[in-house]
Write a protein that binds this ligand. Structure first.
Ligand code: FMN
Length: 360
């Protein structure tokens, strides 16, 4: 294997994977990657309670998730790790997770399988925030028996409390270097769950999880699901931008055709919840009101990725400020529905209109 210098670190292999990560980060900073033609959250309404009979400062946003007690129903969705820029981003994100006592998912740790030179870009999160629930991350294509030990070592060396397995077959099918091979992946997940002693969360990356797959994943012993549905960052639009940069007309066309693919986040929450597993509602959560709606539909936590990446470019205070505004919006939505805590909010009636209603 060639030794090369890329991204400032000598590496034995994965320069292509690392280069792709750097490119994904760059491209994700552009607004064209949000599939926000319509916000599915506009189709979900909470019903106003004109006399809520609570004071806003009594409202409790805390939640239990997989045995952790979190101050806010929030987890930072997976973004990065494994390239030079990732260290700074993960440092900022971990400072934020620590500030709010919420969970954090790291980006895919695939590069660590062959080269541990980038371990610090993930490990920084644990060093900064020793107490938070921290999740390592790997793509489902990488789950092979010969990798089980490597995955275990990755989780341990990062100091993670659990593993997120991400599903990204839309991206694999559209990406120029994609590997759209999904045979035997359910049994691979099942074997990995049995092999590891930490909780495994299965997560989509912008296309949502259906009821049928949620049920199957529950039977395999998965601990929670992160729906990451359609309505926020679109992997098809990210790949479209990359194809354009390469002047690759064939891939441009493919990405455009599938740019609207996926299950909208509100629908995916409703569907995945029928499994009975804890649910992270994510994919296009942009305001505290979106979060309130996601929780009212059955999500235990909400997650957010791209807005955090944008704020993190400015610094920790900017992300903290963004999330303070977000949690205040959530609190106001709870106040106006007369919800003293999140379990009250989950019992409130929700009105579903338009496209989301059609899906149901
Ligand atoms: C630059 C970038 C890198 C990402 N890398 C990962 C990853 O390594 N693993 C993963 O599970 N999801 C990854 N995602 C997906 C996000 O975690 C999230 O599911 C998706 O962006 C939808 O959430 P959003 O609409 O709040 O951005 C990535 C997203 C972006 C924008």
């Amino acid at each position: 294997m060639p030794i090369c210098l890329r991204d400032g670190v000598t590496t034995l292999m994965s320069d292509e994977t690392i280069q792709r990560k750097v490119e994904h980060l760059e491209v994700a900073l552009s607004d064209e990657v949000e599939s926000n033609k319509i916000s599915f959250w506009q189709d979900v309404e909470l019903i106003h309670t004109c006399l809520p009979e609570i004071d806003i400062d009594e409202i409790d946003l805390s939640v239990s998730f997989l045995g952790w007690k979190l101050k806010y129903p929030f987890i930072l969705s997976a973004l990065t790790g494994g390239c030079k820029r990732a260290e700074k981003i993960n440092r900022v994100l971990a400072e934020v997770a620590k500030h709010f006592s919420v969970g954090m998912q790291l980006g895919s740790g695939r590069v660590l399988f062959e080269n541990e030179a980038y371990l610090h870009t993930y490990r920084i999160a644990r060093d900064i925030a020793p107490e938070i629930p921290l999740f390592a991350n790997i793509g489902v294509p990488q789950i092979n028996k010969q990798n089980f030990e490597k995955i275990k070592r990755m989780v341990e060396s990062i100091g993670a409390d659990g593993l997120v397995v991400h599903l990204n077959f839309l991206q694999e099918a559209l990406m120029i270097e994609g590997e759209p091979f999904a045979k035997d992946r359910l049994s691979a997940i099942e074997n990995l769950v049995k092999f590891l002693s930490v909780p495994v969360i299965v997560k989509e990356t912008g296309c949502g999880i259906s009821r049928e797959i949620a049920m199957k994943l529950k039977d395999l012993g998965v601990s929670a699901l992160d729906v990451a549905g359609k309505g926020g960052t679109s992997m098809a639009l990210i790949e479209l931008k990359r194809a354009k940069l390469r002047n690759n007309l064939r891939h441009e066309r493919l990405c455009r055709i599938f740019s609207d693919w996926g299950i909208p986040t509100p629908i995916s929450i409703i569907e995945a919840k029928t499994s009975g597993l804890p649910i992270i509602g994510s994919g296009g959560i942009r305001t505290g009101l979106d979060a309130a709606k996601a929780i009212a539909l059955g999500a235990d936590l909400v997650g957010m990725a791209r807005p955090l990446l944008l704020w993190a470019q400015v610094g920790t205070d900017k992300v903290i400020d963004g999330l303070e505004i977000f949690f205040n919006e959530l609190k106001i939505a709870m106040f106006l529905t007369g919800s003293r805590n999140l379990s009250d909010l989950r019992k409130k009636r929700v009105l579903i209109k338009g496209q989301v209603r059609e899906w149901i």
